[in-house]
Design a protein around this ligand. Structure first.
Ligand code: 5GP
Length: 188
């Protein structure tokens, strides 16, 4: 699919190309492996992907990390209408393993207001992981409503609603290999 295939869609401009995603994710993988090795971490880190938006990022990221890792997934439901998250979050489907005393890296598609990630960090911290870090592909820093530490950030993006590379709008566009804006997303 190419950015010009937008007949009857609301796809806007491409923000991050496939090549840019590849290059940045490769660098993130190297940095993550370096950091865990530097700490002399003996336990295998467990990467927790947040469904559904992070599934493609997770798949590419783990292949860029040159060390032994485990994976698991969690699914959150956030109540909101259309393109505006409400900040009310609920755990929809839990991890399949215990993270107690494990080094944990949360892998998420976007941090926007920060409310979802802040909820998730609190929920996972309560399970006593050995360490808890966060890796996000996209950061909309100007939208932040809560203070949040993010350890690894792929790209900082402006306040536009984005789709593609795992991220959807009403269930569509997850399979685009690049990140694009929705064409009417500028004035939210
Ligand atoms: P937050 O709680 O940080 O406001 O929102 C986080 C969640 O809202 C993200 O994990 C993502 O699922 C969704 N979200 C926020 N901004 C966007 C966006 O621009 N595009 C898409 N597809 N989802 C978004």
């Amino acid at each position: 699919m190419s950015p010009s295939d937008k007949s009857e869609t609301r796809l806007g401009r491409v923000l991050i190309t496939e090549a840019e995603l590849d290059a940045r994710i490769h660098d993130l993988g190297q940095a993550i492996a370096r950091d865990y090795a530097k700490e002399g971490e003996t336990e295998r880190p467990i990467l927790v992907g947040v469904l559904q938006g992070a599934f493609l990022f997770m798949a590419d990221l783990i292949r860029s990390i040159p060390m032994d890792v485990s994976t698991d997934f969690i699914s959150l439901a956030s109540y909101g209408a259309g393109t505006s998250p409400s900040g009310v979050v609920r755990l929809q489907s839990d991890l399949s393993v215990s993270i107690e005393r494990r080094p944990v890296l949360i892998v998420e598609d976007i941090v926007d207001t920060g409310l979802t990630m802040s909820y998730l960090k609190r929920a996972l911290s309560a399970r006593h992981p050995r360490s808890l870090r966060v890796c996000v592909l996209l950061d909309k820093i100007e939208r932040r409503q809560v203070e949040l530490d993010v350890d690894y950030i792929g790209f900082t993006i402006p306040n536009v609603f984005v789709v593609g590379y795992g991220m959807d709008w009403n269930g569509r566009y997850r399979n685009l290999p690049y990140v694009a804006a929705l064409d009417d997303s500028g004035g939210r």
